[in-house]
Design a protein around this ligand. Sequence first.
Ligand code: PMP
Ligand code: GLN
Length: 382
Amino acid sequence: MEISIQSKLPNVGTTIFTQMSALANEYNAINLGQGFPDYPMNNELIEKVSRAMTDDHNQYVHMNGLPLLRQRIAEKVNATYNCNINAETNITITPGGTYAIYTALTTIIQKGDEVIVFEPAYDSYIPNIEINGGIPVLIPLAYPGYTIDWEAVKQKITSKTKAIIINSPHNPSGSVLNNNDIEELKKVVKNTGIFIISDEVYEHLIFDDLPHLSLLRYPELMERSFVCFSFGKTYHCTGWKLGYCIAPETLMKEFRKVHQFNCFTCNSPVQYALADFIQQEDQYIQLNKVLQKKRDYFASLMTHTRFVPLPSHGSYFQIYSYKNISNLSEKEFAVQLTKEYGVATIPVSAFYKNETNNQALRFCFAKKEDTLEQAVEKLIKI
Ligand code: PMP
Ligand code: GLN
């Protein structure tokens, strides 16, 4: 009998990030697609990792993460978000934010459970729900501000709703939750068994003096939440793939059952280095200013093109409309832009399960000024 495999994700291809980065390489285009900085990360942190290795911190650390790192994370979040997180019972270090979200979903989903997802959505959410036997219930964010329609949420809640995924600051739009959103979320979940998965990997990339409304701040939401973070975004080291999940003790106990047989424990020298480096407040408090400057610089250059900006208040990203330029679909236009004009972006349609077209592309502005200038020089020609 011939070997054949029944796909668990029959409708899934290769992620758009991999596709567009490959196309950018092939056509030697400037890559404003996939979200990663092209400027160097902090050298002191690199040295700390190096030192951890030479000091022989090279064996497995505790399954839940290096205790000292968890302790320092607890100190940081308790001070930042005025909460009462316990290093021992509430925090698990994970190999990145995506894994933390996947593990949270795997922990809670039973076959046939519904999970509310707002679209556009970071592209791992829906496959992660489906591979666990769950059913994604899709709610569009209102274009062009990408805000949540809470009436639509209330209508989509059923007896099968197991969880809601939120993401603020939001990828790909850069929209952020405000106080009203938090109040609405509280109303929606009150007296239900609904869990919340809060993707907060861009917690420190929030602009225009807006506060990050982490769910860690709200005990009545936190009692049902898995809050997911990534060191990659905060310290400009996306390739290190380290993050963490914070959840109440009973939820975290189950999360750890899944984690222990999947990853067990994460890279040790990086955890030693971060346990030390995370104490330098400046490294994350200043981050919003640095990235806001990049957003604004890129936007000022883009005024010389025919692209029209949509609002972005956070993340590495800003969406621009090309409705004045082309009638092609977003994917076709993104490919044309890469091949013919030498700039790679991400079509926003890639963040939707079903066909959509707002004639909008996502640009990553977490780049050197020189990179942004070179890219816009090309975009001006369109
Ligand atoms: N969530 C969102 C919205 C993201 O953009 C990213 C960045 N890749 C992640 C989660 C996960 O980050 P990582 O797994 O690389 O830590
Ligand atoms: N989060 C980054 C982005 O949205 C990269 C994600 C990835 O490559 N999987 O571009």
